[in-house]
Write a protein that binds this ligand. Structure first.
Ligand code: ZN
Length: 336
Protein backbone atom coordinates (compact mmCIF):
# COMPACT_ATOMS: atom_id res chain seq x y z
CA UNK A 1 0.00 0.00 0.00
CA UNK A 2 1.20 3.47 -0.81
CA UNK A 3 2.14 5.61 2.15
CA UNK A 4 0.54 8.94 1.39
CA UNK A 5 2.65 10.69 4.00
CA UNK A 6 5.66 9.86 1.82
CA UNK A 7 3.92 11.44 -1.11
CA UNK A 8 3.25 14.68 0.66
CA UNK A 9 5.86 16.43 -1.46
CA UNK A 10 4.05 15.54 -4.68
CA UNK A 11 0.80 16.44 -3.11
CA UNK A 12 2.18 19.83 -2.02
CA UNK A 13 3.31 20.47 -5.58
CA UNK A 14 -0.08 19.63 -6.96
CA UNK A 15 -1.66 21.94 -4.44
CA UNK A 16 0.63 24.83 -5.37
CA UNK A 17 -0.23 24.18 -8.98
CA UNK A 18 -3.91 24.29 -8.14
CA UNK A 19 -3.44 27.50 -6.19
CA UNK A 20 -1.65 29.03 -9.11
CA UNK A 21 -4.44 28.04 -11.46
CA UNK A 22 -7.03 29.32 -9.03
CA UNK A 23 -5.15 32.61 -8.81
CA UNK A 24 -5.24 32.43 -5.03
CA UNK A 25 -2.36 33.36 -2.73
CA UNK A 26 -0.26 30.30 -1.89
CA UNK A 27 -0.55 31.26 1.78
CA UNK A 28 -4.14 30.08 1.75
CA UNK A 29 -4.25 26.37 2.57
CA UNK A 30 -7.45 25.45 0.70
CA UNK A 31 -7.68 25.25 -3.05
CA UNK A 32 -10.45 25.50 -5.59
CA UNK A 33 -9.44 23.95 -8.87
CA UNK A 34 -10.86 24.48 -12.30
CA UNK A 35 -8.26 22.93 -14.53
CA UNK A 36 -7.81 22.80 -18.28
CA UNK A 37 -5.19 20.70 -20.03
CA UNK A 38 -4.48 19.33 -23.44
CA UNK A 39 -6.40 16.08 -23.15
CA UNK A 40 -8.77 15.35 -26.03
CA UNK A 41 -10.91 12.96 -24.07
CA UNK A 42 -14.36 12.32 -25.53
CA UNK A 43 -17.74 12.42 -23.86
CA UNK A 44 -18.91 8.84 -23.37
CA UNK A 45 -22.43 9.57 -24.59
CA UNK A 46 -21.91 11.97 -27.46
CA UNK A 47 -18.31 11.41 -28.55
CA UNK A 48 -17.80 15.19 -28.34
CA UNK A 49 -14.64 16.45 -26.66
CA UNK A 50 -15.12 16.86 -22.91
CA UNK A 51 -15.16 20.46 -21.76
CA UNK A 52 -12.45 20.11 -19.14
CA UNK A 53 -13.08 23.63 -17.89
CA UNK A 54 -15.99 21.98 -16.07
CA UNK A 55 -13.59 19.88 -13.97
CA UNK A 56 -13.73 21.25 -10.45
CA UNK A 57 -12.62 20.32 -6.97
CA UNK A 58 -12.45 22.02 -3.59
CA UNK A 59 -9.73 21.03 -1.17
CA UNK A 60 -9.11 21.85 2.49
CA UNK A 61 -7.56 20.42 5.64
CA UNK A 62 -9.56 18.92 8.49
CA UNK A 63 -6.87 18.51 11.13
CA UNK A 64 -4.28 16.43 9.29
CA UNK A 65 -6.87 14.93 6.91
CA UNK A 66 -6.86 16.45 3.46
CA UNK A 67 -10.44 16.58 2.18
CA UNK A 68 -11.32 17.12 -1.49
CA UNK A 69 -14.83 17.57 -2.84
CA UNK A 70 -14.85 16.37 -6.47
CA UNK A 71 -17.45 17.46 -9.00
CA UNK A 72 -18.57 14.53 -11.16
CA UNK A 73 -20.90 16.90 -13.01
CA UNK A 74 -24.34 18.49 -12.88
CA UNK A 75 -27.71 17.97 -14.44
CA UNK A 76 -30.69 20.29 -14.94
CA UNK A 77 -34.20 18.88 -14.61
CA UNK A 78 -37.81 20.07 -14.44
CA UNK A 79 -38.74 20.76 -10.87
CA UNK A 80 -38.16 20.80 -7.96
CA UNK A 81 -41.86 19.78 -7.84
CA UNK A 82 -42.93 16.97 -7.92
CA UNK A 83 -39.55 15.40 -7.09
CA UNK A 84 -39.54 17.49 -3.90
CA UNK A 85 -42.81 18.16 -2.11
CA UNK A 86 -44.42 15.16 -3.78
CA UNK A 87 -47.16 15.42 -1.13
CA UNK A 88 -47.57 19.20 -1.65
CA UNK A 89 -49.42 21.16 -4.31
CA UNK A 90 -47.21 22.68 -7.02
CA UNK A 91 -47.90 26.28 -5.98
CA UNK A 92 -46.69 25.68 -2.41
CA UNK A 93 -43.35 24.40 -3.74
CA UNK A 94 -43.18 27.20 -6.34
CA UNK A 95 -43.73 29.83 -3.63
CA UNK A 96 -40.87 28.44 -1.55
CA UNK A 97 -38.56 28.56 -4.57
CA UNK A 98 -39.50 32.17 -5.39
CA UNK A 99 -38.98 33.18 -1.76
CA UNK A 100 -35.44 31.74 -2.04
CA UNK A 101 -34.58 33.42 -5.38
CA UNK A 102 -34.89 30.15 -7.34
CA UNK A 103 -36.97 29.34 -10.42
CA UNK A 104 -39.94 27.03 -9.84
CA UNK A 105 -39.69 25.14 -13.13
CA UNK A 106 -36.00 24.18 -13.34
CA UNK A 107 -33.56 22.76 -10.81
CA UNK A 108 -29.86 21.95 -11.00
CA UNK A 109 -28.39 18.96 -9.22
CA UNK A 110 -24.75 18.34 -8.47
CA UNK A 111 -22.95 15.02 -8.07
CA UNK A 112 -20.02 15.22 -5.68
CA UNK A 113 -17.93 12.31 -4.47
CA UNK A 114 -15.39 13.19 -1.80
CA UNK A 115 -11.76 12.15 -1.37
CA UNK A 116 -10.07 11.98 2.04
CA UNK A 117 -6.32 11.54 2.40
CA UNK A 118 -5.87 10.35 5.98
CA UNK A 119 -2.08 10.10 5.66
CA UNK A 120 -2.20 6.32 5.31
CA UNK A 121 -5.28 5.84 3.16
CA UNK A 122 -6.89 7.61 0.25
CA UNK A 123 -10.62 7.10 0.72
CA UNK A 124 -13.16 7.95 -1.95
CA UNK A 125 -16.77 8.35 -0.87
CA UNK A 126 -19.11 7.32 -3.72
CA UNK A 127 -18.18 6.72 -7.34
CA UNK A 128 -20.29 9.11 -9.42
CA UNK A 129 -22.20 8.41 -12.62
CA UNK A 130 -19.47 6.86 -14.73
CA UNK A 131 -20.52 7.04 -18.38
CA UNK A 132 -24.26 6.89 -17.75
CA UNK A 133 -25.51 10.49 -17.51
CA UNK A 134 -24.94 13.46 -19.82
CA UNK A 135 -23.22 16.35 -18.08
CA UNK A 136 -21.40 14.08 -15.64
CA UNK A 137 -18.58 11.53 -15.67
CA UNK A 138 -15.86 14.00 -14.73
CA UNK A 139 -14.87 12.23 -11.50
CA UNK A 140 -11.60 10.69 -12.63
CA UNK A 141 -10.61 13.98 -14.30
CA UNK A 142 -11.31 15.79 -11.04
CA UNK A 143 -9.24 13.22 -9.11
CA UNK A 144 -6.32 13.89 -11.47
CA UNK A 145 -6.79 17.65 -11.26
CA UNK A 146 -6.51 17.29 -7.48
CA UNK A 147 -3.15 15.51 -7.86
CA UNK A 148 -4.09 11.83 -7.64
CA UNK A 149 -5.03 9.02 -9.97
CA UNK A 150 -7.81 6.43 -9.82
CA UNK A 151 -5.18 3.78 -9.09
CA UNK A 152 -4.12 5.62 -5.92
CA UNK A 153 -7.49 5.13 -4.23
CA UNK A 154 -7.11 2.61 -1.39
CA UNK A 155 -10.74 2.50 -0.23
CA UNK A 156 -14.07 3.28 -1.85
CA UNK A 157 -16.93 3.87 0.57
CA UNK A 158 -20.41 3.57 -0.95
CA UNK A 159 -22.97 5.53 1.10
CA UNK A 160 -25.85 3.81 -0.69
CA UNK A 161 -26.47 2.00 -3.96
CA UNK A 162 -28.46 4.44 -6.06
CA UNK A 163 -27.11 4.57 -9.62
CA UNK A 164 -25.50 8.03 -9.34
CA UNK A 165 -23.29 6.67 -6.54
CA UNK A 166 -22.27 3.30 -8.01
CA UNK A 167 -22.26 3.61 -11.79
CA UNK A 168 -18.71 4.97 -11.69
CA UNK A 169 -17.38 1.79 -10.04
CA UNK A 170 -17.09 0.10 -13.45
CA UNK A 171 -16.86 1.90 -16.77
CA UNK A 172 -17.01 -0.08 -20.00
CA UNK A 173 -16.63 -3.31 -18.01
CA UNK A 174 -13.36 -2.12 -16.44
CA UNK A 175 -12.89 -1.57 -12.70
CA UNK A 176 -12.32 2.18 -12.26
CA UNK A 177 -10.42 1.93 -8.96
CA UNK A 178 -8.35 -1.23 -9.45
CA UNK A 179 -6.38 -1.12 -6.21
CA UNK A 180 -9.19 -0.27 -3.83
CA UNK A 181 -10.98 -2.10 -1.08
CA UNK A 182 -14.71 -1.39 -0.93
CA UNK A 183 -16.83 -0.55 2.08
CA UNK A 184 -20.59 -0.13 2.48
CA UNK A 185 -23.39 -0.66 4.97
CA UNK A 186 -24.34 -4.26 5.62
CA UNK A 187 -28.05 -3.42 5.38
CA UNK A 188 -27.57 -1.62 2.05
CA UNK A 189 -25.60 -4.44 0.43
CA UNK A 190 -27.96 -7.13 1.69
CA UNK A 191 -31.03 -5.24 0.48
CA UNK A 192 -29.88 -4.58 -3.08
CA UNK A 193 -28.22 -7.93 -3.70
CA UNK A 194 -31.20 -10.04 -2.58
CA UNK A 195 -32.76 -12.02 -5.44
CA UNK A 196 -36.25 -10.62 -4.83
CA UNK A 197 -35.07 -7.08 -5.76
CA UNK A 198 -34.74 -8.21 -9.38
CA UNK A 199 -38.47 -7.72 -9.93
CA UNK A 200 -41.00 -4.97 -9.25
CA UNK A 201 -40.02 -1.39 -8.42
CA UNK A 202 -36.45 -2.23 -7.35
CA UNK A 203 -35.50 -4.08 -10.54
CA UNK A 204 -33.86 -1.12 -12.31
CA UNK A 205 -31.45 -0.28 -9.50
CA UNK A 206 -30.86 -3.92 -8.57
CA UNK A 207 -29.78 -4.68 -12.13
CA UNK A 208 -27.21 -1.86 -11.92
CA UNK A 209 -26.01 -3.30 -8.59
CA UNK A 210 -25.66 -6.66 -10.34
CA UNK A 211 -23.55 -5.05 -13.06
CA UNK A 212 -21.45 -2.62 -11.01
CA UNK A 213 -21.26 -3.93 -7.42
CA UNK A 214 -21.58 -7.71 -7.51
CA UNK A 215 -18.38 -8.22 -9.56
CA UNK A 216 -16.53 -6.49 -6.68
CA UNK A 217 -18.40 -8.32 -3.90
CA UNK A 218 -15.37 -10.23 -2.62
CA UNK A 219 -13.51 -6.96 -2.07
CA UNK A 220 -16.30 -5.46 0.06
CA UNK A 221 -16.36 -5.15 3.82
CA UNK A 222 -19.54 -4.19 5.61
CA UNK A 223 -20.30 -1.71 8.36
CA UNK A 224 -23.06 -1.18 10.87
CA UNK A 225 -23.83 2.36 12.13
CA UNK A 226 -21.28 3.39 14.75
CA UNK A 227 -18.47 1.33 13.23
CA UNK A 228 -15.34 2.90 11.81
CA UNK A 229 -14.40 2.72 8.14
CA UNK A 230 -10.98 3.93 9.29
CA UNK A 231 -9.62 5.84 12.29
CA UNK A 232 -11.65 9.06 12.45
CA UNK A 233 -14.19 7.92 9.84
CA UNK A 234 -17.35 6.60 11.50
CA UNK A 235 -20.59 5.37 9.93
CA UNK A 236 -23.80 7.13 11.02
CA UNK A 237 -27.31 5.67 10.64
CA UNK A 238 -29.08 7.71 7.96
CA UNK A 239 -31.59 5.05 6.90
CA UNK A 240 -34.67 6.07 4.93
CA UNK A 241 -33.42 7.43 1.60
CA UNK A 242 -32.54 3.78 1.02
CA UNK A 243 -32.78 0.96 3.59
CA UNK A 244 -29.07 1.09 4.45
CA UNK A 245 -28.12 4.66 3.50
CA UNK A 246 -25.34 5.88 5.80
CA UNK A 247 -23.66 9.20 6.57
CA UNK A 248 -20.05 9.40 7.78
CA UNK A 249 -18.54 11.54 10.52
CA UNK A 250 -14.95 12.58 9.88
CA UNK A 251 -12.94 13.65 12.92
CA UNK A 252 -9.32 14.71 13.09
CA UNK A 253 -7.32 17.22 15.12
CA UNK A 254 -10.39 18.28 17.07
CA UNK A 255 -12.32 19.09 13.91
CA UNK A 256 -15.38 17.40 12.46
CA UNK A 257 -17.08 17.16 9.08
CA UNK A 258 -20.33 15.27 8.58
CA UNK A 259 -20.62 13.72 5.15
CA UNK A 260 -24.37 13.31 4.90
CA UNK A 261 -24.61 11.89 1.36
CA UNK A 262 -28.27 11.97 0.19
CA UNK A 263 -29.86 12.85 3.53
CA UNK A 264 -30.79 16.11 1.76
CA UNK A 265 -30.94 16.47 -2.02
CA UNK A 266 -32.09 20.05 -2.58
CA UNK A 267 -30.53 22.85 -0.59
CA UNK A 268 -33.79 24.75 -0.10
CA UNK A 269 -36.59 22.16 -0.20
CA UNK A 270 -34.82 19.45 1.85
CA UNK A 271 -33.68 21.89 4.52
CA UNK A 272 -36.54 24.30 4.92
CA UNK A 273 -39.19 21.58 4.57
CA UNK A 274 -37.46 18.40 5.74
CA UNK A 275 -40.76 16.57 6.20
CA UNK A 276 -41.85 17.01 2.57
CA UNK A 277 -41.92 13.78 0.63
CA UNK A 278 -39.14 13.27 -1.89
CA UNK A 279 -39.57 10.96 -4.85
CA UNK A 280 -36.10 9.45 -4.40
CA UNK A 281 -36.64 8.57 -0.72
CA UNK A 282 -37.66 4.93 -0.56
CA UNK A 283 -39.23 5.30 2.91
CA UNK A 284 -40.69 8.84 2.90
CA UNK A 285 -41.51 9.07 6.62
CA UNK A 286 -38.28 7.57 7.84
CA UNK A 287 -36.22 9.69 5.45
CA UNK A 288 -37.96 12.81 6.79
CA UNK A 289 -37.22 11.81 10.38
CA UNK A 290 -33.60 11.05 9.52
CA UNK A 291 -33.26 14.40 7.73
CA UNK A 292 -34.49 16.25 10.82
CA UNK A 293 -32.23 14.28 13.16
CA UNK A 294 -29.06 14.76 11.07
CA UNK A 295 -29.76 18.44 10.31
CA UNK A 296 -30.56 19.08 13.96
CA UNK A 297 -27.25 17.49 14.98
CA UNK A 298 -25.32 19.59 12.44
CA UNK A 299 -27.09 22.80 13.52
CA UNK A 300 -26.63 22.11 17.24
CA UNK A 301 -22.96 21.15 16.95
CA UNK A 302 -22.31 23.87 14.33
CA UNK A 303 -20.17 21.52 12.26
CA UNK A 304 -19.61 21.72 8.51
CA UNK A 305 -21.46 19.19 6.42
CA UNK A 306 -20.94 17.80 2.94
CA UNK A 307 -23.98 16.91 0.84
CA UNK A 308 -23.53 14.90 -2.35
CA UNK A 309 -26.15 16.87 -4.31
CA UNK A 310 -25.74 20.31 -2.71
CA UNK A 311 -24.46 23.15 -4.94
CA UNK A 312 -20.69 22.96 -5.59
CA UNK A 313 -18.60 22.38 -3.53
CA UNK A 314 -21.40 20.75 -1.55
CA UNK A 315 -20.09 22.01 1.77
CA UNK A 316 -21.90 24.27 4.19
CA UNK A 317 -23.37 24.79 7.62
CA UNK A 318 -26.89 24.30 8.90
CA UNK A 319 -28.87 26.83 10.90
CA UNK A 320 -32.37 26.43 12.25
CA UNK A 321 -35.07 28.51 10.54
CA UNK A 322 -38.75 28.49 11.53
CA UNK A 323 -39.72 24.80 11.81
CA UNK A 324 -36.90 23.71 9.51
CA UNK A 325 -33.34 24.63 8.59
CA UNK A 326 -31.34 26.82 6.26
CA UNK A 327 -28.25 26.02 4.18
CA UNK A 328 -25.29 28.34 4.78
CA UNK A 329 -22.72 27.72 2.02
CA UNK A 330 -19.09 27.53 3.07
CA UNK A 331 -17.05 30.68 2.44
CA UNK A 332 -13.54 30.84 3.91
CA UNK A 333 -14.11 29.05 7.24
CA UNK A 334 -12.20 25.94 6.21
CA UNK A 335 -9.31 27.86 4.67
CA UNK A 336 -8.15 29.47 7.90
ZN1 ZN B 1 -27.76 10.55 -5.10
Amino acid sequence: MTDYKKNSKNFALSRREALKIGGISAAIPAAIGAVAWSSTQADAQTGDPVDLSRVKYYQFMLGSFEVTALLDGTTITDGPHPIFGQDQDPETVAALMRENFLPADKAQFYFQPMLVNTGTKLILFDAGNGDTRPGTGLLTDAIEAAGYSAGDITDVVITHMHPDHINGLMIGGEVTFPNANYITGRAEFDFWTADERMSGGTEGVASIVTEKVKPLAERFTFLEPGQDADGGVTAVDAFGHTPGHMAYMLENGGKQLLLMADTTNHYVASLQKPEWHVRFDMDKEKAGQTRKRILDMAATDRIPIMGYHMPFPGIGYIETKDSGFRWVPVSYQLDL
